[in-house]
Design a protein around this ligand. Sequence first.
Ligand code: DHB
Length: 389
Amino acid sequence: MHKRTILRTVAAAALCAVGGLAAAQGTPFKIGLILPMTGQQATTGRQIEAAAKLWMAQNGDTVAGRKVQLILKDDTSLPDVTRRVAQELVVNDKVDVLAGFGITPSALAVAPIATQSKTPLVVMAAATSSITEASPYVVRTSFTLPQASVAMADWAPKNGIKSVVTLVSDYGPGLDAEKFFSDRFLFNGGKVVEKLRVPLRNPDFAPFLQKVRDLKPDAMFVFVPSGAGAAVMKQFGERGMDKAGIRLIGTGDVTDDDQLNDMGDVALGVVTSHHYSTAHPSAVNKKFVAEFQKANRNLRPNFMAVGGYDGMRVIYEALKKTGGKGGGDALLAGMKGQIFESPRGPAFVDAQTRDIVHNIYLRKVERKDGQLWNTEFDVIKDVKDPGKK
Ligand code: DHB
């Protein structure tokens, strides 16, 4: 009697386990994609949403037998909203992965939720160095400002630029850009005349540009987030700063491919350092750009789109490695160390830091076939984030 009961219990438990597994395979694998779809950073949201959808159109919505579901939420780029939306996605929707994050404060707001719930958090846009240290569940496919800024600080003094005024957005990535550019530029014998910081929200660049004009450095080094570059460029031109012999240099955020074509002649010749240009001359990128533009009324993919596209790849590959089962820790393990060819060039998710390693290119704005492009002319290979200890 007793033995039979135990046997029956074991059999029931086994059935349950099988049933549980079947249920798990029946439930879709959910990616909670949190992006700024409205407000000041809306172009970032539009680019990443389009890229994630392109990835799914190209690679299907089933991975290792498991249906993948994308749940898109607009956080309007306000970190309090990002936090609330992430909480709802984890608790109510039971998402398997959190992804997106248009700006650094949004990514940082969600890091504790990722840690607590053991949910991988794939950062596709935000680029302050320290984000990956905010939670062991963060994996980044965008870039870091130190990667791009150091490259520019090495290039500038070899190209006639001895004095610089830095102009950055006054928050995480801007402070990273200012520090890593200035320290390296000084080390290389350059002089940083002044460091200017502009508010992130509703910036008025005019008084800052006037100040730079009065200081007459060889160049102004700029970091502004994606979407703000056109305003800086326009006012730089209107003040005649280029004609006054002040060069504009920066990380590639300022000559953002999303806006570059509308910037006009003032952008011609501007040199920036970055990990992605729409003009990157590889077969993988040409296919990416063509299919992205076809699916999005000719919109040019920018570096945000590439962060989103590669983020989807990293999630898909990790899910594949778990045989479709998922699970926070198993997914995280599957994300670490991935090596692949991105539209940006070769890329690698460093298993130690969970941060992206990629080439940084020096690019110059040129007109070709009636359009403006960030044309790559030099490369620094396999750049790790210099911000990591
Ligand atoms: C961040 C946002 C951007 O739009 C960008 O180009 C770089 C960094 C950020 O908030 O981390």
